[in-house]
Design a protein around this ligand. Sequence first.
Ligand code: NAD
Length: 253
Amino acid sequence: MAEYFKDKVALVTGSASPRGLGRAIVNRIAKEGTNIVILDLNPEAVQKAALEVKNTYNVKTLGVACNVTKEADCISAINQVKIEFGRLDFLVNNAGVLKDNLLMRITEADWDMVIDVNLKGVFLMTKSASKLILKSPTGRIVNISSVSGLIGQAAQANYSSSKAGVIALTKVSAREFSGRGVTVNAICPGFIQTDMTDALPDDIKKKLSEMVPLKKLATPDDVAGTAKFYLGEDAGYITGTVLRVDGGAAIGM
Ligand code: NAD
């Protein structure tokens, strides 16, 4: 297994934040010797993260500033990967945003923004990366959806719709790329402790964890292990699937 990850190239979107899920996934596979492309919005943050990962795990890294809602940015990002590494084995579509409100109060701008980043962003990155990743003997794509996309969370019409769309897109890409042996799978996390959810008051977080059958919230590392499984050798015959990593929050879905 150690040899499998070594010297491959992974691009993880939304991976600059040191406390986010993207970085936890990066850390898991960089530890095994995979070279890493850190992709995120802020140019300084991506360079900082790329340097930290390089120094910590002694792998090659590339920091790419990219807005996943812009096709030109996504194409340019993949061109940089081609020039730097000449290959791409793993794509993790992790970048995402929230803009919660009751359906009757969601503005058109907040609807568009969430759908653009969470759904169109996955489409554009997958499309831009497809030619390169289809050449990999072990091409793998992992899309980060959410249990909100399965159950439909109140006050998340935009977010839940975008994440349900990611599940459909995962299944379509899995079918289209299967002829070249590239697998595409989706992970549906429940509630993870990251910057995205830190803004919630402590009493709400407590209530949320009590609602989870396993009675605790996930750490980014709880979810990163599942991403590593999907990218790994043992998942080579698994494609088009959706796996909940939610402490049982959406049992039955
Ligand atoms: P986070 O806010 O810590 O990280 C998201 C990253 O995406 C940030 O670094 C941000 O800069 C980047 N990003 C946002 N818009 C972008 C754009 N247009 N182009 C490029 N990068 C962009 O959030 P997180 O909690 O680590 O979330 C990671 C993923 O997990 C998201 O897709 C999120 O929807 C999903 N998720 C999170 C939770 C949770 O409870 N935190 C639950 C289920 C699913």
